[in-house]
Ligand binder design. Structure first.
Ligand code: GUN
Ligand code: ZN
Length: 436
């Protein structure tokens, strides 16, 4: 028996192109729209007045009138094992890793701890309207299993991988050898990659914590399996860039270390990308690599200001990352708030349309998933978030005199957070609900 149609009614907004290049034609706005879903996928969306009369009688109806319906948010860079040490005081990257991140990750040697944390992490994603994430696990294969298992049970789309580290890290977090880390990655790929909505990302932490041999093996794996993703960190802080120059003196730049090891390509995603030059950016664009802009993290660790205009000028794919636990919020709305401020500090503006594009279709494009998620185009997986633009007294007060869609979206991204998330749907079905 085919499942009945699901018709979701509300104010619908989604993007089919980048507002930076396509202007107002990039988005579709339906003040009173219906999102029609069949078997977890978008059949179509359109004005309620047009679609309502032709629906089959057994259609299931969901009424979110007064709320905004957007494609589920996409977090392109996050560390699930750092949820427990978010908001740890007073250090920049090197000391922060030693003092907070590595100790937190050590406790993921215990599979029971990893399972509990994975559960809490996925709860946090969903209650913030995030339906897809690209996540670092830890070096422990069982911690990768734990995260994939939880996401699988919730039918979420997730990309994750085992962290590779074989130097400059605590002994308990070090791969026994480059070969051992490689073998563990391959076993996890066999187990999880391509299973329902899960995909594997080869995950060398960053150049300083891998030997050239480990990076070489990671590049070989990436080359051997064209469908795999790759995630790492790049040019986050100036001291880190200087360290990489010492460790890899023959490389032209930090990016060049990765390029020399065949780690640059379609489906490779690099977090931060602050201290780059345009040569680097052009190489990234030419290889189809993507950047994750992580504003809350970049401000929190004092890393620097991401240059979106330069990324655009060079044609690089960009998504947004919370980078929990250096980032300070799971909310993509709060991430947009700080993205706006980071760009203001460089004299750049982030329009509200571009902002919500980055949180949805832009993220999907940076992960090469835009044929599956990121918009409500027909055939896409029906992951969506329902937002209450009047969730708080201040939002209500301010929205009373917001006149345009752009103004309302801007107020939402500046004043909104998880309190605005009324419900999050995965493949059409409710995965989180606040009070509906
Ligand atoms: N660089 C290498 N590892 C990390 C990490 O865990 N967090 C951040 N923000 N940067 C990193
Ligand atoms: Zn990170």
């Amino acid at each position: 028996m085919p499942t009945p149609l699901l018709a979701v009614r509300g104010e619908i907004i989604h993007f089919t192109a980048d507002p930076a290049t396509h202007g107002a034609a990039a988005h579709e706005h339906l003040p009173d729209g219906l999102l029609l879903i069949a078997a977890g996928h978008v059949l179509r969306c359109g004005p309620t007045a047009q679609l309502q009369s032709s629906l089959p009688t057994d259609t299931r109806h969901l009424d979110y009138r007064g709320k905004l319906i957007l494609p589920g948010f996409i977090d392109t860079h996050v560390h699930y094992a750092q949820t427990g040490m978010i908001a740890s005081y007073g250090e920049q990257l090197g000391a922060w890793l030693e003092k907070y991140a590595f100790p937190a990750e050590r406790s993921f040697a215990d599979p029971a701890h990893a399972a509990a944390e994975a559960d809490f992490f996925c709860d946090q994603l969903l209650r913030n309207g995030t339906t897809t994430a690209m996540a670092f696990a830890t070096v422990h294969p069982a911690a990768v299993d734990a995260l994939f298992a939880v996401a699988h049970a919730r039918r979420m789309r997730l990309i994750a991988g085992k962290v590779l580290m074989d130097r400059n890290c605590p002994l308990e977090l070090s791969d026994d050898s480059a070969a051992a880390g490689d073998a563990q990655s391959r076993a996890l790929i066999e187990k999880w990659h391509g299973r329902d909505r899960l995909a594997y990302a080869i995950t060398p932490r960053f150049a300083p914590t891998s030997t050239p041999e480990q990076l070489r093996r990671a590049g070989q794996l990436f080359t051997d399996h064209p469908g795999l993703h790759l995630q790492t960190h790049l040019a986050e802080q100036r001291a880190e860039v200087a360290w990489v120059a010492q460790l890899y003196p023959a490389a032209r730049s930090y990016l060049d270390v990765y390029e020399r090891h065949a780690l640059l390509g379609a489906r490779s995603l690099f977090a931060h990308c602050i201290w780059l030059d345009d040569d680097d950016r052009r190489h990234m664009a030419a290889h189809g690599a993507a950047m994750s802009f992580c504003p809350t993290s970049n401000l929190f660790l004092g890393s620097g200001l991401f240059d979106l205009a330069a990324a655009d000028r060079c044609g690089v794919r960009v998504g947004l990352g919370t980078d929990i636990g250096a980032g300070t919020s799971f909310s993509l709305l709060q991430t947009l708030n700080e993205a706006y401020k980071v760009l203001q500090l460089s004299g750049q503006s982030l329009t509200p349309e571009r902002a919500f594009y980055l949180a949805t279709l832009g993220g999907a494009r940076s992960l090469y998933l835009d044929d599956k998620i990121g918009s409500f185009a027909a055939g896409r997986e029906a992951d969506f978030v329902v937002l209450d633009p009047l969730a708080t007294p201040l939002l209500t007060h301010r929205m009373a005199h917001a006149t345009t869609l752009a103004e309302r979206l801007f107020v939402l991204m500046m004043l909104g957070d998880e309190r605005c998330v009324v419900a999050t749907h995965v493949l059409g079905e409710v995965a989180f609900t606040a009070r509906y």
